[in-house]
Design a protein around this ligand. Structure first.
Ligand code: FES
Length: 300
C-alpha cells in the first residue's frame, strides 16, 4: 500500500506461517503421545522450532513502516521517543506469562495422568508350589493371584508343562492364556480333567492346578485365533504368539517371574529355541514396521 503524505496509520504486519507450524507441532505431539514416542518427539521438535520463530517474529517485528532512508536522514532524532514501545512489551509479557501459567497448570496434570502407565513396575513373583505337582511332559492349567494383596483383580491363568531336566536343571514351559489379538482368555484345544483338579496352598494364596491335554494347541473363542502347543500363532487375527512367563526353581518350588513376549518358538519342550522380546500388549506387533506405530506399554 502506498504511503501518502500525512498518513500516519500503522501498517498491518504481514501474515505469518509460524503459528500454523506451531499448531501442527502441538497436534503431532499430542497424537504421538497416544500412538508413538518417535512421533511425539517429532511433534515436540516442530512445535519448538516454530514456537521460537513465532516468538522471534512477534518480539522483533517493527510496529510502523520504516521511513525511506533520505526521509529518515532528514528527520531529526526524537529526543524522548520510546525505543521499545510499551505495546510490544505488553504483547511479549502477555504471551510469556500465558505460556508459564499454561505449563504450570498442564504439565503436573499431564505427568500424573500419563507417566505412571509408562513407567516400568516390577511384577510380583508367584510361588506355584512344589515341582512334584507337575508331572513330566504333562500340561496343567494353573490359576493364581499375581498380587496376594489384591487376589480378585490380579487372578491369572497359565498353561504349564514340565519338560524334564535340561543340563540337570528342571525345565518348564509356562504360557500365558492371554490372547495376543485383543486379550481374550485362550482355551486348551483338548480335554480338561476337572475331577483331578488340585488346590495348593502357597504364600501367594491358593493355586489351582488342573490337568489338561491341549492336543490341538490353544484356541481363542473370541475371534478364532489359534496357537500350537508352543504358543506360536498358526491361524486367525493375533499378531504374534502367546506370551510366556519367566520362571525359577527355588527350594524345589516353581516360582513365576515376569511376562515376556515371543516372536517365534522353534522346536519344542526343553530344546525349544525361543525368540524372546520385551512384553508387548495384545494387538501390538513386536516386530516389523507396524511395531513402530505403538507406544511403550503400561505394565501388565
Ligand atoms: S481376542 Fe483372541 S482372536 Fe481375538
Amino acid at each position: 500500500m502506498e504511503e501518502r503524505p500525512g498518513d500516519d496509520r500503522q501498517q498491518l504486519p504481514p501474515p505469518s506461517l509460524w503459528p500454523v507450524g506451531f499448531a501442527v507441532g502441538v497436534v503431532c505431539l499430542l497424537v504421538g503421545l497416544v500412538i508413538s514416542w518417535p512421533v511425539a518427539a517429532i511433534g515436540a521438535a516442530i512445535a519448538l522450532v516454530f514456537g521460537f520463530l513465532w516468538a522471534r517474529d512477534v518480539t522483533g517485528r517493527p510496529t510502523a513502516a520504516a521511513p525511506p532512508p533520505d526521509e529518515a536522514a532528514a528527520r531529526p532524532e526524537p529526543v524522548t521517543g520510546e525505543r521499545f514501545p510499551r505495546s510490544r512489551f505488553l504483547e511479549g509479557a502477555t504471551l510469556g506469562l500465558g505460556a508459564v501459567i499454561g505449563a504450570i497448570v498442564t504439565l503436573p496434570a499431564a505427568g500424573f495422568a500419563l507417566l505412571p502407565g509408562f513407567l516400568k513396575q516390577k511384577a510380583h513373583n508367584v510361588d506355584l508350589g512344589p515341582i512334584s505337582d507337575f508331572e513330566e511332559n504333562k500340561w496343567k492349567i494353573v490359576t493364581f493371584a499375581r498380587d496376594v494383596t489384591n487376589p480378585n483383580v490380579s487372578r491369572r491363568t497359565a498353561f504349564v508343562r514340565n519338560n524334564g531336566l535340561l543340563d540337570g536343571v528342571p525345565s518348564f514351559t509356562v504360557i500365558s492364556n492371554r490372547c495376543a489379538h485383543v486379550g481374550c482368555p485362550v482355551q486348551p484345544g483338548g480335554p480338561v480333567f476337572e475331577k483331578d483338579e488340585k488346590t495348593v496352598k502357597t504364600d501367594n494364596g491358593d493355586v489351582l492346578i488342573t490337568p489338561v491335554l491341549p492336543a490341538a494347541g490353544f484356541i481363542c473363542p473370541c475371534h478364532g485365533g489359534s496357537y500350537d502347543q508352543e504358543g506360536n500363532r498358526i491361524a486367525g487375527p493375533p499378531v504374534r504368539g502367546l506370551d510366556r512367563y519367566e520362571f525359577d526353581i527355588v527350594n524345589g518350588r516353581l516360582i513365576l517371574g515376569d511376562l515376556y513376549s515371543v516372536l517365534k518358538v522353534e522346536g519344542s519342550g526343553k530344546t525349544a529355541k525361543i525368540e524372546k522380546v520385551e512384553l508387548h500388549g495384545p494387538g501390538q506387533h513386536a516386530d516389523g514396521p507396524e511395531s513402530w506405530l505403538y507406544p511403550l506399554q503400561p505394565p501388565h
